[in-house]
Every structure is written in structure tokens, then in C-alpha cells.
Design a protein around this ligand. Structure first.
Ligand code: SF4
Length: 267
């Protein structure tokens, strides 16, 4: 992993993501190196030609920028993060996300955090004091052998589930982002996952795989190495009119309704 430093002109940026007004990305790049990552397009502007997941740049003036911006911009929900993971391994050393949370305290900006790392537990003290906050953990499968293939740098599935429980038990609003659900490989354990989430989340968001984000090549390479028989299935399931995802949507709707977990299925 190549770690560098960079500066930004602004850090509190308008977001097109539904339900949030702003996104803060404390880093450029992401050490979680997810095979399907939709943020790979960032290499059009940064680290051209380098492999996504092999570099991280720390935005060293992030807090300085944020301090000015919170006084000038209208308060709205801030998502940490949209094109990086705020608790990727580099955060352990650099702590930019922690400093950003400290800076957002008492500014009137509600905070939504989404991560694949149990490192978020380190900041429970600050998160607990934020007046409006929601903690989300992404979970795309129940089996860690699948996680190792598609999300090699992220926390284990169990650690993420445990983190959700810890926050929820502490009275902090939590959600699980189940996405992207990977055709066939995510399926094993979905019932078990829905059961497990019942005592640790206030809501879930579910999404399918999108292979229009320029990410098919790395997915294909991972499949060739680990599940070659699934390549045709992945291609078929990823079509817009996929019957596969119609069935997944139906199963998840029934499953979450049965468990009384509010579910936003966005496909
Ligand atoms: S954690 Fe998110 S930003 Fe990081 S590589 Fe995975 S999908 Fe991309």
C-alpha cells in the first residue's frame, strides 16, 4: 500500500446520493480494495493507471477546510464517506475521520457514517456525543471466505456485525447496507443474516450489483480465480431486466417484513 499526502480545496461537498446533502471523503483511494468498488473512476484524476486499492492519499488539510466550511454552508446531513472508506486501515494512524467528527460536533450538521471496518468502534466516545448520528456497516455476505475474495482489506463479516450490535446496544441509530448483493455468492446465509440483523439495526438498505461502473474486469478476474463457473451467471444476473434480482428482491422484502425491519430495497 502506497500512502501519500494531499490537500483539498473543499471537504464538505454537495452529494447526489439520495437522503444526504453532503459527503466528506477524508482520503483519496481506499485500502479495502473491494473488487466491485464503484469509486474506481477516481483513477481518471488521481493515480492514473495505478490499481485501485494500492494507494491512499491522506487529505492533510481536511479539518482546516471543514472548520471554515461549516460556518458558511447550510446545515444538512453529511455522509462519511462516498468514494473512500472513512475507517480504512490508514485511519488507524492518521485519524482524519476522528478529527472530522470532532469538528462536526455542535455544528448542526447531522452525520451518517458508512464503513466496512470495525475500527469505527475506536470513535464510539465521539459518535455517542454527536447530537444526530447514524452508524452504518456494509455487509454483502455472511461467509468470510467470500469476503476475502471481494473485500480483501475490510473487516471480517463477524466484526462488522459485532460493531453494529455494540453501537445499537449503546442506543445509537444503526443501519446495515447490504450491497452490492453479489449474484449467487451472497445468497448463502441471507436468511441467517436477516435473523442476525434483527437485534442490531434500525433499518437496512439493500442494493444489487452494478457492473456499469467500469468494474467488470476486476470482478471477472476474481471470478476466474475463485468461482469460474459463475461468470455466465454474473453476466446474466447483472442485466437490467434480470429475473435473478427480481427474485432476490421478493425474498428480501418478505424476509425483512417478517422480522419487522424497515428495508429500503433500491433496485
Ligand atoms: S470500502 Fe468502499 S470505497 Fe473502499 S474499496 Fe470498498 S467499496 Fe470502494
Amino acid at each position: 500500500m502506497k500512502i501519500g499526502e494531499t490537500t483539498c480545496k473543499s471537504i464538505l461537498n454537495k452529494s447526489g446520493i439520495s437522503g444526504v446533502e453532503y459527503a466528506i471523503n477524508p482520503y483519496v483511494g481506499c485500502g479495502h480494495a473491494c473488487v466491485y468498488c464503484y469509486a474506481k473512476f477516481m483513477t481518471r484524476w488521481y493515480h492514473k493507471g495505478e490499481k485501485w486499492g494500492s494507494f491512499v492519499d491522506v487529505k492533510k488539510n481536511a479539518v482546516e477546510c471543514l472548520k471554515k466550511e461549516v460556518t458558511k454552508k447550510r446545515p444538512g446531513i453529511v455522509l462519511l464517506s462516498s468514494v473512500t472508506d472513512p475507517y480504512q486501515p490508514a485511519e488507524k494512524k492518521y485519524g482524519v475521520t476522528r478529527k472530522i467528527l470532532e469538528c462536526l460536533m455542535n455544528t448542526g450538521f447531522p452525520v451518517e457514517i458508512l464503513t466496512k471496518s470495525s475500527l469505527i468502534l475506536r470513535d464510539m466516545d465521539i459518535i455517542d456525543e454527536l447530537p444526530e448520528v447514524e452508524v452504518g456497516l456494509t455487509i454483502t455476505c455472511m461467509e468470510d471466505k467470500i469476503r476475502r475474495v471481494f473485500e480483501p482489506g475490510a473487516s471480517t463479516v463477524q466484526d462488522r456485525l459485532d460493531a453494529l450490535k455494540t453501537f445499537n446496544d449503546a442506543g445509537i441509530q444503526t443501519y446495515a447496507f447490504l450491497g452490492p448483493l453479489l449474484p449467487y455468492v451472497s445468497e448463502d446465509g441471507l436468511e441467517e443474516l436477516m435473523n442476525t440483523l434483527a437485534d442490531r439495526v434500525n433499518r437496512v438498505i439493500v442494493d444489487r450489483l452494478n457492473i456499469k461502473a467500469g468494474n467488470w474486469k476486476p470482478i471477472q478476474i476474481a471470478l476466474e480465480k475463485n468461482f469460474p463457473e459463475l461468470i455466465p451467471e454474473f453476466k446474466e444476473a447483472s442485466r437490467d431486466d434480470s429475473e435473478y434480482y427480481d427474485e432476490v428482491r421478493r425474498k428480501m422484502r418478505v424476509g425483512f417484513d417478517k422480522r419487522a425491519i424497515p428495508a429500503d430495497i433500491v433496485f
